[in-house]
Design a protein. Sequence first.
Length: 307
Amino acid sequence: AITDRGEVNGSVSGGCVESAVIDAALRVLVDAKPIRLHFGVANEEAWEVGLSCGGEIEVFVRVFTRDNLECWREARTREERFCVALVLEGAMTLKGADWSIFESGELLGICSQPDPPPVLREAGISAAAGGKTTIMTLDSDQVQEAFLQVIELPRKLILVGGVHIAIPLATLADTIGFEVIVIDPRRLFGTAERFPAVKKLLQEWPQEAFNKLTLTESTALVMLTHDPKIDDPAIKIALESPSFYIGALGSVKTHQKRLERLTAQGVDPEALKRIHAPVGLNLGASTPEEIALAVLAEIIQVWHQQE
């Protein structure tokens, strides 16, 4: 993104085509006409901008208004995946227009036009349901080609237990973009001083805390207390959710006892197989920071494996 003051945020290729894209963006800011750029190794212009690493890059440059920004912000506050349907090729009045479309077909706000063409709306609904970003060719006089960008739910990491390992784990997870929530009824552990980067600190028992949270397919949970009074209820709640990752700290022996307790409480043995324990990849970790890295590495691995 580049502002009319020349401020730049983010990147397209990590450096290869940045200057050309910025030049195009500055032109678009003047005349508000979207530009579609293409760079490839066989393209003379590509070599001029430094694209010598192979492959192809296509960039659509358009004005992004305050209304667009507010629309996206509102959509991100909802616990629902949505699709941003952007017109790449079509009628001049629609080129560069976009809409936020939920799987239900609901439109969020008026991002740039009063109402999308029906064919684009259906494509957006389908993309949101399927969860796959794509460029689609459409058989319509109004829209011939559209970029359907699926915006996933924000990834959340819920840590049950504000123990020592949780501190570097919360920091690492925040660094790579997770919304971090810490639950611990023990007030000495779940404090803002120990966890300055987390989104929420809930000094409550899991049964109470989870009533205030929504667990989605973008949620990971890690139980860290070693205390069955805290960890076990949290695990039972997590197993009833679509959360993509459920982990629990403890040795093989500790986990076996945990499984026996939960089975005795009526938890389905098949569901218990969802628990990652001992938690984390086997990196030979020993310090809290190393263990935190191993746990987060496993969470990232599971996230990408499901894709």
